[in-house]
Design a protein around this ligand. Structure first.
Ligand code: ADP
Ligand code: MG
Length: 698
């Protein structure tokens, strides 16, 4: 029986209306979909509490009792229905803010119900909002022990598709399945990894017969999920290797050598040398390079990029570097022009705001090979940009640049260019394996000599006045200062107000210095002008939002003050901090927060004050936030809603899954052997289902 072709619409009690909501809200259409919609937590349903026992600090609990009466209270959006629910030990208030008309009809007074809900303290009184109520006869037979809880959306709840309803639906689906649920992994893998079979795993993930079986089911399903992601990535890599050759950069020539001898302003760090060697080896094999270069802010990635591009040019190819923003692209352009001055190299800039006339001159020069190094934004991968022989593309700050975009690059030539993806946001290993599993990884784990680690300090905003003296001292020594404010869409108005007030306040405190302001809501020209005043040193203090997060290089800046630091994520704080400490002087990062902070926030601040190591910060960030929140993963074209595996916690299962996938493909690259039919069938099914283009292969 193919569960993925059986529509849940026909399960008793579902019907067209509810199935439409399930489809729109949680993407559940088939029997298979609902069976793979796993509980997000489990609660002990074996225990029924007495009202006397409850307090405001309990998880979801069960009560058994009756409704005494309903009452409608409040006006407008405060309108609500309450009910007094009692048992033989006391009473508690139930409250509904939605579906008000239906509630009194749905439940009867003086009828015994099993209630399921979470008691919360409302003022000094306990109540339970939107409880689930069931008469005892409808209450599941034989329902003991641990029960799954399913997450539901507001729309689902409005249609009475709450957790309990999903559970019933799943029971009905199981009842309708004849025989066992077909396996999705072959017996070789199941045996080697000691997995339980899929049928047992799916039954027990929804209705655990024992804690041990629940654990084994989770393990089996996590493995399966990660295994198919890895199998897919590795297959893409293999297929690409087989299909495409790569350009061979066989020699080091004039541009590289002259740059190295005459222009290179300093000794390369050992890490930079090693990475250049790795890139050199990669580009000389006849296979296309796909390399991820991780290096903390300020580790000198630009230089590595430039030297790799010079190798490409020396071998008669064009090279391009792509940055996520205009400002960054422009900065790269200026840096590279500067570094290569006098070498006779044709370097140009192409961005979204390049004037039409200029563009019309650029495009043919790119196509006839005149331009050797092209620097720009995403404008570079537009179809109108045709290269004569693009040999290497460097992508800076990859987290806005996923597999799908890289695939577009491969199409720019018959033979795809080598790709070097650079990121300053270190990606935890597990995430890298999943997101960029088809990339080789290089790491610059060494900062240029003479850099002093940034000193990071946490202070309460209320005590800010104490800071100004030390900030003024830095200014008197000629340094520059960043003051950063949060700006998020949802609270844009009040954020902008804070920013403006901060700007005015700063001008009052430091009347003797020029202060500029930059934020993302400004017109690009205004923004650039403000930025430019700071870069040139004319403005000594910049009040800004996170627009400065990526890439801006002002080595003279030595103080970074972050206002409302509690509102920033770890990797964002780290990125911001990376704007200072770029010169030889001691730099400071000051995190300002309010007094009351959540435990999670305190942890973030402590990590920031204790370490400058981007890799540790990335790992901690993943632990604290979960992978779904990592910057940019949404845009990376990869479905990040892993159903059960957790990249922060399941690193070992991931490694195992990767090893197994590799083993399978080494033995049978195209999955043609009979024992692998099951795997290739499952993979195609996953490919077919996913619209993000992630599971793309042919
Ligand atoms: P990032 O890795 O953040 O892109 P950059 O490439 O912008 O870092 O480099 C940061 C600064 O360090 C630049 O001013 C650059 O000129 C300088 N730099 C790079 N490599 C070295 C080196 N080997 N020795 C000294 N300074 C270096
Ligand atoms: Mg950079």
């Amino acid at each position: 029986m193919d569960l993925s072709t059986q529509n849940i619409k026909y399960i008793p009690g579902v019907g067209p209306k509810k199935s439409e909501i399930l489809k729109n809200e949680i993407g559940v259409v088939s029997w298979e979909d609902i069976l793979y919609y796993f509980p997000y937590k489990y609660v002990d349903r074996s225990r029924i509490f007495k009202i006397r026992e409850i307090d405001g600090n309990m998880p979801f609990i069960q009560l058994k009792g009756k409704i005494h009466h309903f009452e409608t209270l409040g006006e407008g959006c405060a309108r609500r229905i309450t009910a007094l629910f009692y048992d033989d030990t006391g009473s508690i208030e139930l409250v509904w803010f939605k579906s008000l008309k239906m509630i009194p009809n749905l439940y009867k007074v003086e009828t015994e119900y099993i209630l399921f809900g979470k008691p919360t303290l409302f003022g000094s009184k306990l109540n339970i909002a939107h409880p689930e109520l069931e008469t005892e006869d409808k209450f599941f037979q034989g329902e003991v022990g641990v029960q799954g809880q399913y997450s539901t959306t507001e729309k689902m709840k409005d249609a009475f598709l709450h957790s309990r309803a999903l559970q019933k639906m799943i029971t009905a689906v199981f009842d309708n399945i004849r025989g066992k649920i077909p396996e999705t992994l072959n017996s070789g893998i199941i045996g080697k990894v000691h997995l339980i079979d899929l049928d047992t795993a799916l039954h027990n993930i929804h209705f655990p017969k024992s804690p041990d079986l629940l654990r084994q089911s989770e393990y089996r399903l996590k493995f399966e999920e990660l295994f198919y992601i890895q199998l897919n990535i590795l297959r893409i890599t293999k297929a690409r290797e087989q299909r495409f050759g790569g350009f061979i950069f066989s020699r080091i020539g004039d541009f590289f050598n002259r740059f190295y001898e005459r222009k290179l302003p300093f000794e390369l760090t050992n890490a930079q040398k090693r990475v250049i060697r790795e890139i050199r080896q990669d580009t000389n094999t006849g296979r296309q390079m796909n390399r991820l270069l991780q290096g903390d802010v300020g580790s000198g990635k630009t230089l590595v990029a430039l030297m790799s591009m010079l190798i490409a040019v020396d071998n008669g190819f064009q090279a391009a570097i792509m940055a996520p923003t205009e400002i960054l692209a422009t900065q790269h352009y200026e840096t590279i022009l500067n570094l290569t001055d006098g070498l006779g190299l044709e370097v140009r800039l192409l961005t979204g705001s390049t004037k039409k006339k200029e563009r019309e001159k650029l495009l043919p020069a790119i196509q006839n090979g005149e331009i050797q190094i092209l620097i720009g934004t995403h404008a570079l991968i537009e179809d109108t940009v045709i290269f004569q022989n693009l040999g290497l593309v460097v992508v800076d700050e990859q987290h806005r640049f996923g597999v799908a975009q890289r695939a577009r690059l491969w199409k720019k030539n018959d033979i795809p260019p080598h790709v070097l993806v650079m990121t300053a946001t270190p990606i935890p290993r597990t995430l890298a394996m999943t997101l960029y599993g088809d990339l080789e990884v290089s790491v610059i784990d060494e900062l240029p000599p003479g850099r002093k680690p940034v000193k990071t300090i946490h202070r309460y905003s209320a005590n800010r006045a104490n800071l100004y003296d030390s900030v003024r001292k830095q200014l008197q020594e000629g340094r520059q200062v960043y003051i950063v404010y949060p700006l998020i869409e949802e609270s844009e108005k009040s954020d902008l107000k804070n920013l403006n007030e901060g700007f005015e306040h700063t001008k009052e405190i430091f009347p003797e210095y020029e202060v500029c302001m930059v934020h993302g809501k400004m017109k690009p020209a205004e923004k650039d002008a403000g930025m430019q005043r700071f870069v040139s040193g004319e403005a000594r203090i910049m009040v800004a939002t996170t627009v400065i997060e990526v890439g801006v290089n002002v080595p003279n800046a030595s103080v970074m003050i972050i206002e409302n630091a509690e509102r920033f994520g770890l990797s964002q704080l780290h990125q911001l901090r990376g704007r200072v400490g770029r010169g030889a002087d001691q730099s400071f990062c000051i995190l300002l927060t309010r007094y009351e902070l959540s435990e999670n926030t305190r942890r973030r601040l402590t990590i920031m004050t204790e370490t400058n190591d981007g890799f540790i910060i990335a790992e901690e960030d993943l632990k604290l936030r979960g992978p779904g929140d990592i910057d940019g993963t949404q845009q990376s074209g990869i479905p990040f809603d892993l159903k059960i595996a957790n990249l922060a916690k399941d690193g070992q299962i991931l490694s195992l899954a990767r090893d197994m996938a590799r083993e399978v493909l080494e033995d049978d690259p195209l999955l043609q052997k009979s024992q692998n039919t099951i795997l290739s069938a499952r993979l195609s099914k996953l490919n077919g289902k996913n619209q993000t283009g992630w599971f793309m292969i042919s």
